[in-house]
Design a protein around this ligand. Structure first.
Ligand SMILES: Cc1cc2nc3c(=O)[nH]c(=O)nc-3n(C[C@H](O)[C@H](O)[C@H](O)COP(=O)(O)OP(=O)(O)OC[C@H]3O[C@@H](n4cnc5c(N)ncnc54)[C@H](O)[C@@H]3O)c2cc1C
Length: 469
């Protein structure tokens, strides 16, 4: 059905864009962070502007050569790795790195798709503003990839996910057409919301080449605390008290399990933990206010309130920006520790908040009837988003469980759906969860999605195998 990115095809791209568009097909384009998907590559190209991107996509579509849009390569569901394809073209946004404009008084930034998330955060900060999307992968992930996956991260509770932060898009489609809508409007009800459809489409409908994004006021007073709780139920009760007490001042509320800290100790012994006894569960809270309110005082009062309700028994309050950064660094180290231990199965779930505690108990019970595992359950509790990851028992490796992987995933995902949750909260569908999307979605939704795919990409060259076939 598809043709390879062969010499004849590549010479057409060279004529259209010149030789500088080609990049060496290095290993980094073939792998993804967890090493679960390995892809083949025909060639790698990196256009320097939208016009070149449009020419490349049209050539691919006419020649029926599959294209994989590529940002920072940090996606966790295999969307950026063409494991099912023989010789695809990798279309990297790494040269689209211009901040096009910034409007601090409007709280808006406009930038090309290849800007890293961290570059955008820094540019906003230099202008006294906050770009609130924040993920541990911020140094490598590019905004086009963040939008293509509708990334979430730690700031969703207060500021929303990537979709909520996007005001306008520029997108190039496989027929070479460019839709440029980089307006800076908060309100725009002029017809179907194409922007929202394209956000989260994981490169299966078009290539995001630029975006206008919402900024927020930079918090003037911030405070971070890592508090120890006895259970996810206590963590949820603490969340409610926190929201009542500080309302919009709550910037992040993360749930961490003791297993995650144990993994850091086991796999990354050089990392210092700021406590001697590992707690069963912990919550990481970040408050942020404008200059009218002192965050540290509020955090102390909040701690007293939560203690009064006997929900927290100990913790660490950051006394400086450095200590706050260290607590967040610890949180961000958990995925790396997980990677080193090696998960048998990883799940990115969202659940109604009040079901989370029962879900965790039920999932542990059901999994214990299949085998002996270690579970690291952590996530963005304020958003109802859990990373429920299943690991081998001590002394074993994930390869020894390969026959159980599918069963484990089914148990966890079936239970998630039973609790009216989603089996893809923030990472997307990619290549990893296509079967789950089909299993758990309504036929009406799937039919409409297939029709949309055919409409945007009639030759099916945009990231084949991702989301919908
Ligand atoms: C340590 C770590 C922590 C993470 N934490 C979080 C987290 O907290 N929350 C979260 O949501 N995710 C998280 N992720 C996942 C990942 O960082 C996000 O999915 C990120 O948004 C992907 O951006 P990227 O530029 O790396 O995209 P890539 O990995 O390059 O691509 C991801 C998908 O988007 C498509 N794509 C890329 N660029 C474009 C474009 N310009 N136009 C159209 N399609 C495109 C690709 O084809 C692919 O399908 C984490 C990853 C790591 C490694």
């Amino acid at each position: 059905m598809f043709n390879p990115a062969d010499k004849k095809f590549l010479s057409k791209i060279e004529i259209a864009c010149g030789p500088k568009v080609f990049r060496p097909a290095s290993q980094s384009y073939k792998e993804e962070p967890r090493g679960r998907w390995i892809g083949k590559i025909g060639a790698v190209v990196a256009p320097q502007n939208v016009s070149e991107a449009s020419k490349i996509l049209k050539i691919c579509s006419d020649a029926r050569v599959p294209v994989i849009p590529y940002g920072g390569g940090t996606g966790l569901v295999g969307g950026q790795v063409g494991a099912n394809l023989d010789s695809p073209l990798i279309l990297s946004t790494e040269r689209l790195t211009k901040i096009i404009d910034i409007f601090p008084e409007e709280h808006v930034i406009v930038c090309e798709a290849g800007c890293t998330l961290e570059d955008i955060q820094n540019e906003a900060k230099n202008n006294n503003r906050l770009f609130p999307l924040s993920l541990a992968s911020k140094g490598s992930a590019r905004i086009g990839g963040n939008l293509a996956t509708n990334a979430g991260g730690i700031g969703v509770l207060r500021y929303g996910n990537a979709r909520d932060l996007c005001l306008g898009l520029e997108v190039t489609f496989p027929n070479g057409e460019i839709w440029s809508d980089l307006r800076r409007l908060r309100k725009d009800n002029s017809g179907y919301d194409l922007k929202s459809l394209l956000i989260g489409s994981e490169g299966s409908l078009g290539l995001v080449t630029a975006a206008s994004l919402r900024l927020a006021p930079l918090p003037r007073s911030e405070s971070t605390a890592l508090l120890f709780v006895n259970s996810p139920k206590a963590a949820l009760a603490a969340l409610n008290i926190t929201q009542d007490f500080v309302s919009e001042g709550l910037s992040a509320f993360e749930l961490l399990s003791g297993q995650g800290f144990s993994f850091i100790k086991e796999a990354m012994p050089s990392v210092q933990l700021p406590f001697s006894k590992i707690p069963d569960w912990a919550i990481l809270i970040q408050l942020g206010f404008g200059s009218a309110r002192n965050a540290e005082n509020s955090m102390i009062k909040l701690y007293e309130k939560i203690c009064y309700h006997k929900l927290v028994y100990d913790g660490v309050l950051a006394k400086s920006k450095k200590e706050s950064d260290a607590l967040w660094k610890l949180r961000e180290t958990i995925p790396e520790a997980n990677r080193r231990i090696g998960a048998i199965a990883s799940h990115d779930l969202s659940l109604p908040l009040s079901e989370i505690s029962t879900f965790i108990d039920r999932a542990q019970i059901e999994l214990s009837s299949i085998g002996r595992f270690r579970i690291n359950c952590f996530g963005h509790l304020g958003d109802g988003n859990l990373h429920f990851n299943v690991f081998p028992e001590t002394g074993k490796t994930k390869d020894q469980y390969s026959s159980q992987c599918d069963v484990i995933e089914s148990v966890v995902h079936d239970l998630t759906v039973e609790f009216k949750g989603s089996v893809s909260a923030e990472h997307g569908i990619g290549r990893s969860k296509v079967k789950d999307l089909i299993k758990y979605s309504s036929p009406v939704k799937l039919d409409l999605m297939r029709k949309l795919k055919d409409l945007f990409d009639p030759n099916g060259i945009m990231n084949p195998g991702v989301i919908i076939k």
